[in-house]
Design a protein around this ligand. Sequence first.
Ligand code: SF4
Length: 371
Amino acid sequence: MSDSNLHLKLNRERFEISEEFLEKYNRPGPRYTSYPTAPVWQENFHPEDIEQFYATANTARTPVSLYMHLPFCENLCLFCACNVVITKDHSVAPPYIEILEREIAHVSRFVSRERPIVQFHWGGGTPTYLTPEQMEKLFRYTAERFTFAPDAEIGIEIDPRVTSQAHLEALRRLGFNRLSMGIQDFHPEVQEAINRVQPLEMTRDLIDGARKLGFDCEFPTAPPRRIIRDARHFYVPVREVRVETYQGIVHNLTTQNGTFTAPFVVTHNCHAYAAGMDLHTEKGVNQTLASFDKDIGFDKLKVVHLNDSRGGQGSGLDRHEHIGMGYIGTKGFKAILHHETIKDLPWILETPEDERRDDKGNLETVRKLAK
Ligand code: SF4
């Protein structure tokens, strides 16, 4: 390794990150948490297009990265922007696994066994919502249909609130070598506020157990996206609406036979703007919210994620910007924050942190604009 490697010290641990590694990931990428990611939704992409992609990749013999989305969680964290299904009823898992296995069988027919899987990831949701036996069955089903490279990165997102020692042991047995765990904040008040009570001791015990089993642990410790208004009652009755217009920009939007089935939704400024909805003028905000009310209903909207957009209206670019510094701008945010129907909802900041501004700066800006 060269001298230009990055050396980090976090608490008592030292990390060395190579120049090649930094180079590999030094590019903008969409959030995988809403999968498929918001910018890729389009209507003119057909089964034959994906088959063409598979064929080209087979010819080029490119290595494969495989992602599987396991969307279930028992409770909703209020900052969540993932494609999730919240339910404590675990009977939803077997039918989902059955469909996932059909998809695995289908896709594997197009992927040459000569192309090794070099990266494999289970994300969600909470993949350890499945029992160890269900995880084992699903993984073996996959391993029988694809060729894993001997040194493949095999990763999973875990949540200490639902991950047991038996889960960890099963994962290790199967060959998982990376764990990813979101830690937003250890302050009990913040944990209560974001509806994710994950005490330090619980998290530490799981990390200790995982390290003893030989896992490589990574902790995307996102700065707490503070809720700046109190959350209200969450669950409301469901009514049928068309959802295509909002796919990818409104979270928790699930459908059955083309109709809306989720009891509440969370919307997202940057995604909505990048998808073409006008949010940078008062008139645009009024029109966008009126159409939202008509199609989905304000009674379903429970949380608004606040972030400006680095891409223009309709750009399809999923890149968050500081409040007021992007294309939505201060005028747009003023209109959003003062809009009668959402001004009393909980808002969650989902803004970057960099040399231009930190969370506190964005919070101050929001407070100023909301006055
Ligand atoms: S555990 Fe993760 S996916 Fe589930 S609700 Fe919380 S943030 Fe979202």
